[in-house]
Ligand binder design. Structure first.
Ligand SMILES: O=C(O)CCC(=O)C(=O)O
Ligand SMILES: [Fe+2]
Length: 200
């Protein structure tokens, strides 16, 4: 692993330990964000995205959650997706090396929130599956402005923290502890969202 990543990973991991969540800007370069947007559009135009559901039954309820998603599988990943997954795996190994969370696998999907859609306050935990330890979101939005909205709101014990979905930014938080929500935006809002798991 390059030394630059080591410093960045140390920083986000200590934030997670101290406050339950961490933010790392520059997890993707501008060039990588551009390439992932091209992949995103190709998948979208091929109509591979599906309306997201709200539980393992995948019930679609648009007044709770309005995003469209596409699961990303390592076996089908193209070059830039593979580069992203490899970096994520390096992050996962680094978390294991420093935090003993026993992470073993991950699940990840592209997400598109059309203008005005949202995801109401929730916890990323299924009733019958406690495998999700860390939630992560990597944003793909180029030139996002504060008045575009679309913040991720983290509900912490003493305050609500609002995070703009800036391209290349990685947000990570404890899946079973931090309730959160996605506010509506004035532009389509794109991300790669997933979970690091301690069971397969
Ligand atoms: O896109 C985000 O900022 C959060 C998405 C989210 O909460 C989820 O997919 O469970
Ligand atoms: Fe969530």
């Amino acid at each position: 692993m390059e030394e630059t990543w080591q410093v960045s990973f140390e920083s986000i991991i200590s934030q997670i330990i101290e406050q339950g969540y961490g933010i790392l800007d520059g997890f993707l370069s501008e060039e990588e964000i551009g390439a992932l947007n091209e992949s995103f559009l190709a998948h979208y135009q091929a109509q591979e995205f599906k309306q997201a559901g709200i539980s393992k039954g995948h019930e679609v309820v648009k007044n709770i959650r309005g995003d469209e998603i596409l699961w990303l599988e390592k076996d089908n990943a193209n070059e830039i997706e593979t580069r992203f997954l490899t970096r994520l795996e390096e992050f996962m190994s680094y978390v294991n090396y420093t935090c003993y969370l026993g992470l073993r696998s991950y699940e990840i999907h592209y997400a598109s929130y059309p203008v005005g859609t949202f995801y109401k306050r929730h916890l990323d935990k299924f009733r019958n599956d406690s495998g999700r330890k860390l939630s992560f979101i990597c944003y793909l939005n180029q030139d996002w402005q504060p008045d575009n909205g679309g913040e991720l709101v983290l509900y912490l014990p003493d305050k609500a923290e609002k995070i703009l979905p800036l391209g290349g930014r990685l947000a990570v938080f404890e899946s079973d502890k931090i309730e959160h929500e996605v506010l509506p935006a004035t532009r389509e809002r794109r991300s790669l969202t997933g979970w690091l798991r301690n069971i397969d």
